[in-house]
Design a protein around this ligand. Structure first.
Ligand SMILES: Cc1cc2nc3c(=O)[nH]c(=O)nc-3n(C[C@H](O)[C@H](O)[C@H](O)COP(=O)(O)O)c2cc1C
Length: 323
């Protein structure tokens, strides 16, 4: 059973393997999710590039986008073979591209399709198959709709639901607006827990600090943090102490970077560009002396041709003291 107390959300273009490695330096235990990878990409794309990850990233979950049970089952097998600890189905993304493929949030309208997919996936892997959804879509946003969705999918064998506590509008709002405009309704997820006490329910949406995360833990089984974890990853530095009873010494931001540098060097040697790893460091310093200088220096220099780890070392040298 995966310890899922705190998870970092799947975020396209953000939670790539490099960011996940950085996050793993900050927390030894938090559960990390990949970006969404579509079934088509898994089945026909460059698997090593799309799915490869560092062994230090465990526990790590692969999020899939798709609706076809047979294809999803094939992808789940690939995920397990690659060593992922969990496979998660995206039932929350409202983007036009995803809707055109009839998956993502619009699948909340088709609980039987999700149930069939979950059953097919679970039949072929030993890792947990989980679902990440919204609380509703369009006018199907009453509690009875969510209840029916969760009940149907749970009966197919899904025991873990991650619920972004706002509905999605399938038309008229961009994905970004769909993360901001529909109001958060945490009470809906709490009600779900009362109705399904046997399920593991993880709440997501608008959780920006660990104190709030602790509050949610009183009523629910886990908390997933998205944008906050990316834009200010150091804000999770105390997560191991607060949620995993691991009292290891807290690293300073400079120490986090120092532990990231050998990874960057290794990736550079494998032909990766500096910016792919270093862009994730931009948010590491927030509201501390030197933060602006740090960001400015990195943004200016990491994209230059042949830029190497010295760019990060130079940026570190600009900081006035240990933060
Ligand atoms: C840049 C970005 C990309 C995202 N990509 C995905 C994705 O691939 N799959 C998914 O389920 N959710 C995706 N999300 C939504 C997040 O997982 C999360 O549900 C949402 O941001 C709400 O949580 P938060 O308020 O803690 O950020 C994305 C969010 C952002 C900001």
């Amino acid at each position: 059973m995966i310890n899922r107390l705190i998870a970092v959300a799947p975020m396209l273009d953000w939670t790539d393997r490099h960011f996940r490695y950085l996050m793993r330096i900050i927390s030894k235990h938090v559960l990390l999710y990949s970006e969404m990878v579509t079934c088509g990409a898994v089945l026909h794309g460059d698997r090593h590039r799309l799915l490869g990850f560092h062994s230090a990233e465990h526990p790590v979950a692969l999020q899939l986008g798709g609706a076809d049970a047979t294809q999803l089952a094939q992808c789940a097998v690939v995920a397990e073979q690659f060593g992922y600890d969990e496979v998660n189905l995206n039932v929350g993304c409202p983007s036009d591209r995803v809707q055109a493929g009839r998956f993502g949030a619009c699948l909340m309208l088709e609980p039987d399709v999700v149930a069939a997919a979950v059953a097919a996936m679970q039949a072929v892997v030993n890792i947990p198959v989980t679902v990440k959804s919204r609380i509703g879509v369009d006018q199907f946003d009453q509690y009875k709709h969510l209840y029916h969705f969760v009940k149907t999918v749970a009966e197919a064998g899904c025991q873990v639901f991650i619920i972004h506590a706002r509905k999605a509008w399938l038309q008229g709002l961009s994905p970004k607006q769909n993360r901001e405009i529909p109001p958060l309704q945490y009470e809906v997820v709490q009600r779900l827990k009362q109705d399904f006490p046997q399920l593991t329910l993880v709440i997501n949406g608008g959780i920006t600090d660990l104190i709030a995360a602790r509050q949610h833990h009183l009523a629910l089984d886990g908390v997933m943090i998205g944008r906050q974890a990316y834009t200010d990853p150091y804000s999770l530095i105390e997560v191991d102490r607060l949620f995993y009873q691991d009292e290891h010494p807290l690293l300073s931001r400079q120490q986090v970077v120092a532990q990231y540098l050998p990874y960057i060097a290794d990736q550079l040697a494998q032909g990766e560009r500096l910016a792919s790893m270093a862009k994730h460091l931009l948010g590491l310093l927030q509201k501390v002396p030197g933060a602006k200088r740090w960001r400015r220096y990195l943004s200016t220099h990491i994209h230059q041709p042949n830029a190497g780890v010295e760019v990060i070392e130079q940026a570190l040298a600009l900081l006035p003291n240990e933060v």
